[in-house]
Design a binder for this molecule. Structure first.
Ligand code: GLA
Ligand code: ZN
Length: 649
């Protein structure tokens, strides 16, 4: 297990480094991350490489017993490179060049940029591949973050046409799949096909999805090219990772493809950032950790753990005493094995003056320093526990094609994919069960329950896999708009909704309605849910049950005969369909019954108190984190606001 800080000695007078390192060690750290933005320091002029500064830093770390994760500096190229080769700069959808001055402005498809980044990475690796203190490499920094996942430059436009040529082979095939006959858009040649730049009304939905797939391929080709280069050049004692930012489902890159060649996945865990008046919900933090663990289906590192308020031009919520420590406990509960806090000391110059670190501008030991010290002291006692594997009976299934299809056409002004995934994640999270969040490409047969939030795209292969899962006794939970589209982002023709999963769900859907801001409809329980009522927002599928049982129906002037929530027996399994944006109370009731039916152990806890059960060779443990500002009681134990505990059971 490693515990450390993100450290930027180059930001300070070098006379401070010895004191810094001493305090870092006294905090309980055994590792630091350095270098991820220091390209100019290593190559002041083209081909003039100089690593003496970092040689000195690493030597001092080594003397102090600190290991090092070195970040390749390709997220921030030097000004001389942008001046010499402006073509490396990406362009936004207005074809406006992204000027030098921020970060991540490079185009993933720039061959020139790839040449220069390979050169600096090669020099860097040659310099430290044998260094025993450098134990890991972070490739670049937060690929695709801050709007850097999309570039519309001429290089990208040309490459997109090649991407389409390779995919469809003939222009006739593309025209047929796209339905370009519509609005007379038939292409004669691939070089007539535009990037989805601003137009009047909207582009072809399949073209827009292909563009997103192309953006994902562009980013991942660049990322994996560097990952492979670092793996090839690094020492046998060194591992390779990259640090993913949050906001996964908003990004135009397949995170599973991005991380498949890494030795382990790393994550930057910021429960609150910028002008938010409060952190995201405990469940949403938990979901992000489960998503990161699900990428390689193994434990992970956190390379940036929040301790101070964060923001570039606007900051917001101040983490309360012990809240930062509590978030660290939660991260380890969900599969973090090593953690570095961002950042040792906040910088007083440059764009991140308000990205507060552990130490502030007074450079004095403070509450945050002692809180990190305390977290390291406590958590480091549980190495066996936190290096054990996590077993879940339930998996949330996502598919980036589907996520991007929703990005192309939201259908409801109120639709947000992350919110709809959380709508189904939360009721199970609140029962304190372990949850995996995985791509549909993963083998999901070992689970007892699969949850597929708003999965529009269901092709033949996935439909058959799901049928087999249910036949063999699995429980599946679909939510609305399931199965309406094929993988070309086109509606199925000649099939009744939900198309390829119609029989699996035991329902038909003839009519649908998009609900907008402030609109919701009442749903009422039937059968064993008589007396239960709830609300449905964002969307509603008006369901006719065929072989399925109606659990909830709409209480509505025109549609009281239409079902909202159904349950179908299929093979030895059960298939639930949630036909709209149903509220948490109703879904929690159904989640409780499903978990009982599957004999999955739940742990009741007061709202805001997360209880995460882990099993290792030393026995069973509960990692308990109080996410609230109130005292909470659990198993006769009182938890102060933001208090965390690990108890053996
Ligand atoms: C991200 C980046 C860091 C820094 C922090 C600030 O996680 O990786 O370089 O910008 O945000 O919160
Ligand atoms: Zn580009």
């Amino acid at each position: 297990m490693y515990f450390g800080v993100d450290y930027y000695p180059e930001h300070w007078n070098i006379s401070m480094i010895d004191g810094d390192i001493q305090r870092i060690v006294e905090m309980g750290c055994n590792i630091v991350r350095i270098g991820e933005f220091a390209w100019h320091l290593m190559e002041k002029e083209e081909n003039q490489f100089d690593f003496t500064f970092f040689d000195m830093v690493i030597e001092k770390c080594e003397k102090a017993g600190l290991k090092v994760i070195f970040g390749t500096p390709t997220a921030t190229f030097p000004a001389w490179l942008a001046k010499k080769h402006p073509s490396i700069l990406s362009k936004d959808e207005n074809l406006q060049v992204r000027a030098f001055g921020g970060r991540r402005q490079y185009c993933y498809n720039s061959k020139i940029y790839l040449q220069y980044s390979n050169k600096i990475v090669t020099k860097l690796l040659e310099n430290y591949k044998k260094n025993p203190s450098v134990i890991s490499w972070q490739v670049d920094n937060e690929f695709g973050h801050e709007g850097s996942d999309n570039c519309y430059c001429e290089i990208c436009q040309l490459k997109f046409q090649g991407f389409l040529r390779d995919k469809y082979q003939t222009i006739d095939k593309l025209n047929e799949v796209y339905g370009t006959i519509f609005w007379g858009q038939t292409y004669n040649y691939f070089d007539e096909i535009p990037a989805p730049l601003k137009t009047i009304t909207t582009h072809n939905p399949t073209l827009k999805l292909d563009w997103m797939r192309f953006k994902s391929d562009s980013l991942n080709q660049y990322a994996n090219s560097q990952i492979q280069l670092v793996k090839k050049l690094s020492g046998s004692h060194q591992t390779v990772t990259t640090n993913l930012s949050g906001g996964f489902y908003t990004k135009l890159y397949d995170h599973e493809e991005n991380t498949k060649h890494l030795d382990f996945v790393s994550y930057d865990n910021y429960p609150v950032w910028g002008g938010l008046k409060e952190p995201v919900s405990p469940g949403q933090i938990a979901m992000t950790l489960d998503f990161i663990r699900g990428l390689q289906q193994k434990n992970f590192w956190i390379l940036e753990q929040l301790m101070g308020a964060q923001g570039h031009d606007v900051i917001g919520y101040l983490p309360r005493p012990d809240q930062g420590k509590m978030w660290a406990y939660q991260a380890f509960a969900h599969g973090c094995e090593s953690m570095l806090w961002f950042r040792y000391r906040g910088m007083t110059k440059g764009a991140e003056q308000y990205c507060f670190g552990i130490l502030d501008q007074d450079n004095q030991i403070n509450r945050k320093y002692r809180e990190v010290q305390s977290a390291i002291k406590d958590i480091s006692k549980y190495k066996t526990l936190f290096t054990s594997n996590i077993k879940s009976d339930l998996a949330i299934i996502y598919d980036f094609d589907n996520i991007w299809s929703w990005k192309v056409q939201n259908q409801s002004l109120n639709f947000d994919f992350t919110s709809e995934l959380m709508r189904l994640y939360t009721p199970f999270y609140e029962k304190n069960i372990n949850i995996d969040v995985i791509s549909y490409k993963k083998d999901f047969n070992r689970y007892k329950i699969l949850v597929l939030p708003v999965t529009k795209i269901i092709d033949e292969i996935l439909a058959v896999r799901l049928e087999d899962f249910a036949k063999n006794g699995g429980t599946i939970i679909f939510s609305y708009r399931a199965g309406i589209k094929d993988r070309d982002n086109n509606l199925y023709f000649g099939k009744t909704l939900p198309c390829l999963v119609k029989d699996l769900c035991g329902i038909s859907i003839e009519e649908i309605e998009s609900l907008q801001q402030g609109q919701d409809v009442e749903v009422v329980g039937t059968g064993s849910y008589i007396g239960h009522t709830g609300r449905c927002e964002v969307w509603r599928d008006l369901i006719t049950p065929n072989t399925a049982e109606t659990l909830f129906k709409y209480n509505d002037k025109f549609y009281s005969h239409k079902a909202c929530i159904t349950k179908n027996s299929y093979g030895r399994g059960q298939v639930y369909y949630i036909g709209g944006g149903v509220d948490n109370i109703v879904l929690s009731t159904i989640a409780h019954d499903i978990l009982e039916e599957k004999q999955i152990e739940t742990l009741e806890s007061p709202t805001g108190l997360e209880v995460y059960k882990r099993r290792c060779e030393e026995g069973d443990y509960l990692i308990i984190t109080n996410h609230s500002s109130e005292k909470k009681l659990f198993k006769e134990i009182i938890f102060s606001p933001y208090e965390s505990k690990i108890i053996k059971i």
